[in-house]
Design a protein around this ligand. Structure first.
Ligand SMILES: [Ca+2]
Ligand SMILES: [Ca+2]
Ligand SMILES: [Ca+2]
Ligand SMILES: [Ca+2]
Length: 501
């Protein structure tokens, strides 16, 4: 009885944090077969972007695009946009790779990854960017600070359906554990004024075969160069330290982010980077498989990290779940980074093998209370994969698009926190590597902009800053590599400010 009461209270408060939003006329096709092939349970990702520049955030999946027509009404524009609905899509990410001011798309597939150039008339033009494979995450980031966004293209294991191993139990096929497949190298492309040149070998990226699911670009040692943290499934994670001149050293083992505390590789899926404890250094988060606990790596400086899953409460709350999309964001606008993680067991037949695990799992919201995270479930259990956060109705409360494997996506709308104010920044320079500082009632906070993170997904490019009870920020500073710092004074709360240099 006490347990039941506790769960009811938790679900009620979850409902107050987010409301159910509109339902899109779209269902993910995972290509499900009785054989249960490896690529079927991976996708899809989701992206929030304003592809037509009307100030309303649109929603993309690897094989579909929905235009936001205002008032939370969305129209399926897949066919007219040129997005290919026929490919075996896995992930979708966003970047203006040609610097024409229009956000472009990159779709990863079981097949050929597709770069979609945004032509500005509602249409996209597709080109293939690598040979066919099992491509998962793509992260755009400016590795050499030349103003053009380079591209990390992550590959999962080597996979050939003709040699798919048979993982049958009690007469049923199940998805095989990723340990059944050999690792495969990923790619790095240098963006030379809008043309991508393969620098996988010279950069050092190709020398490390993995099974890549999540990746985030962030300046982890504060030297002005973006590093790349990559989560692998069933093999050690990678931390590619940017040494300059487009060369990377893999330092995950020395940095403490390769293995679990007892020295085992985990099943890394979704990731994010953020400064959750406000010490000025970017920390890392990795969602893992059930019974592995998720990792929250506190950045100790000097590229040394320590997993704080125990003291933060993250370990206990995630013990029984398999996590995918995730994002740090300041939900309640009090100035600290809260967290959302979406979950789901990868085996849709797990309930025939386990009495304790379920295919559908809860979405977990974590409230940051001085570095401890308090979990609240959101909505009903769901087989989640991708997560894109953004503001679909421009009210300053971040909304979420959750993409489920073989499912219709879920949309949740953020609700205001009484008494707290926010300030939105819309600025083309808010790319990975930028640093935003803001002063409220004499207290200065800061937030580094990262690229990638979550799982196979991309978030709203705008930044929403929490002001607490204040009705304006005394100033906001935007620092972009190789450019003078821009400071804007007296910005009013509860609205977006379109800033230009
Ligand atoms: Ca739009
Ligand atoms: Ca563009
Ligand atoms: Ca907060
Ligand atoms: Ca909103």
């Amino acid at each position: 009885m006490p347990l039941k009461l506790f769960l009811c209270a938790a679900l009620l408060s979850g409902a107050a944090l987010f409301h159910s939003g509109p339902v899109l006329p779209y269902k993910h096709d995972n290509g499900l077969t009785p054989r249960r092939r490896l690529p079927e349970n991976m996708g899809p990702g989701a992206a929030i972007l304003d592809y037509n520049g009307d100030g309303l955030m649109d929603i993309a999946f690897p094989t579909a695009l929905f235009r936001n027509d205002g008032n939370l009404k969305f129209t399926d524009v897949t066919a007219e946009s040129g997005i290919n609905a026929k490919v075996f899509g896995i992930g979708v990410t966003v970047a203006d790779f040609d610097n024409d001011g229009r956000p472009d798309l990159l779709v990863t597939t079981w097949g050929t990854p597709l770069l979609y150039r945004n032509l500005g008339n509602g249409k996209f033009q597709a080109t293939s960017i690598a040979e066919p494979g099992l491509w998962t995450v793509a992260v755009f980031f400016d590795a050499d600070n030349d103003g053009w966004q380079d591209l990390f293209l992550g590959h999962f294991a080597s996979y050939d359906p003709a040699t798919e191993p048979d993982c049958s139990y009690n007469g049923d096929h199940h998805y095989c554990h990723p340990m059944s497949y050999p690792p495969h190298a990923s790619r790095l492309f240098h963006n030379n004024h809008g043309r991508f040149e393969d620098i996988s070998q010279a950069s050092g990226i190709a020398g490390h075969a993995g099974k890549v699911f999540g990746a985030v670009a962030s300046d982890l040692d504060g030297d002005g160069l973006l590093d790349l943290f990559v989560a692998n499934d069933s093999v050690p994670n990678f931390l590619f330290h940017n040494r300059g001149k487009l060369r990377f050293d893999e330092v995950a083992l020395d940095s403490g982010v390769a293995y679990s505390a007892d020295g085992n590789p985990r099943s890394g899926m979704g990731v994010d980077a953020a400064d959750y404890d406000g010490d000025g250094r970017e920390d890392l988060f990795v969602a893992n498989f059930n019974r592995e606990r998720f990792s929250i790596y506190k950045n100790l400086g000097g590229l040394n990290f320590h997993d704080e899953a125990g003291p933060t409460g993250i370990g206990q709350a995630t013990q029984m779940y398999s996590g995918w999309g995730l994002k740090f964001f300041d939900r309640d606008h009090d100035g600290d980074e809260d967290l959302i993680v979406v979950n789901g067991h990868p085996d849709d037949r797990i309930e025939t093998l386990s009495r304790t695990l379920t295919h559908k799992e809860p979405i977990l919201y974590f409230e940051n209370r001085q570095g401890r995270f308090i979990a609240t479930p959101i909505g009903a259990d769901y087989p989640a994969r991708g997560l894109a956060m953004g503001d679909l109705n421009n009210d300053g409360q971040l909304d979420m698009v959750v993409a489920g494997n073989g499912e219709t996506p879920l949309i949740f709308l953020g609700t205001p926190t009484p008494g707290n104010h926010w300030l939105g920044i819309d600025h083309r320079g808010l790319r990975a590597g930028a640093l935003v500082r803001w002063s409220v009632s004499g207290k200065v906070r800061q937030k580094r902009i990262n690229s990638g993170g979550s799982y196979l997904s991309a978030h709203d490019p705008r930044v929403v800053l929490g002001l607490g009870g204040a009705s304006q920020a005394e100033w906001v500073e935007i620092a972009i590599p190789n450019q003078p710092v821009q400071r804007i004074a007296n910005l009013k709360a509860d609205r977006y400010h379109a800033l230009v240099r």
